[in-house]
Ligand binder design. Structure first.
Ligand SMILES: C[S@@+](CC[C@H](N)C(=O)[O-])C[C@H]1O[C@@H](n2cnc3c(N)ncnc32)[C@H](O)[C@@H]1O
Length: 244
């Protein structure tokens, strides 16, 4: 779902080619969601740097890297490649590196193989766009939001699984709803765009207006855990996967 102000995914021929390649890489990013990253990264100045938390096999990294390629920019891809059924551990690192090489983005993407929460306290390098798609619990998201201190005014903070994950959404309600430094702009499904600026009352209300959608998503997740997929279908969710 694209919210009202979202761009049309297919209105740029360069984008169509980029998405064809990126969408071949396994991952959880949908086209409208990727397009937010592409549009925001393309709007950055020459030599810009993007910091991505959670790269997996590189689907979003390739989108960001392609946007910065002609600008001499850099994507700092932070991922420890955690073990487990969902993320695959170190074999995922090999796939990530192969996908970055296949896209010819070896000079654009710099891998930082570590936990975002471990490196953040001593990090000093500035960057121009922050993409958060790492661990989705409340504590990690709360810590990941602190990376925004390195951003200049007006910079974009893009957060995946926003208003679909319980931990991410609670983090947004606790740390962004009343923040004076980060304003919510829009989303494509669960990919939400925030900006480093003083939020207006309308920006804050826009966050609250997403709460019913969040409750719907949590409800759908409960149905899927209870193996009630036919019931989830009645609520418009025709997929075995959690809504995102
Ligand atoms: C949902 S996947 C990212 C998907 C990726 N953005 C894409 O487009 O396909 C989440 C990733 O976050 C990583 N991760 C988990 N905890 C992390 C942390 N504390 N810091 C950085 N990455 C983390 C996992 O290893 C996993 O690869």
């Amino acid at each position: 779902m694209l919210s009202a102000a979202s761009p049309t995914p297919s209105d740029d021929p360069a984008w169509t080619l980029i998405w064809q390649d990126a969408s071949d890489i396994p991952g959880w990013l949908k086209e409208g969601q990727a397009r937010i990253l592409w549009d925001e990264a393309r709007a950055l100045p020459d030599g810009a740097t993007v910091l991505e938390i959670g790269s997996h096999q590189g689907r979003s990294t390739v989108v960001l890297g392609e946007a910065l390629r002609s600008k001499g920019g850099t994507v700092l891809a932070v991922d420890p490649f955690i073990e487990g059924r969902l993320f695959g551990g170190l074999s995922t690192k090999d796939k990530f590196e192969a996908n970055i090489a296949a896209a010819g983005l070896g000079d654009v993407v710099e891998l930082v193989q570590d936990y975002s929460t471990r490196i953040r306290p001593t990090w000093s390098r500035g960057f121009d766009l922050l993409y958060i798609d790492g661990k989705h619990d409340y504590w990690t998201l709360s810590d990941d939001l602190k990376w925004a201190v390195h951003l200049p005014p007006g910079a974009a903070v893009v957060i995946h699984d926003c208003y679909s994950s319980i931990g991410v959404t609670l983090g947004i309600l606790a740390h962004v709803l009343f923040s004076s430094e980060l304003a919510y702009e829009r989303r494509s499904d669960s990919q939400a765009l925030f900006r480093v600026r003083r939020p207006s009352t309308a920006d804050r209300l826009r966050i609250l207006r997403e709460v019913p959608w969040w409750i719907r998503n949590v409800f759908l997740k409960v149905l899927l855990r209870l193996r009630l997929r036919p019931v989830a279908r009645l609520f418009g969710h025709d997929s075995p996967y959690d809504p995102y």
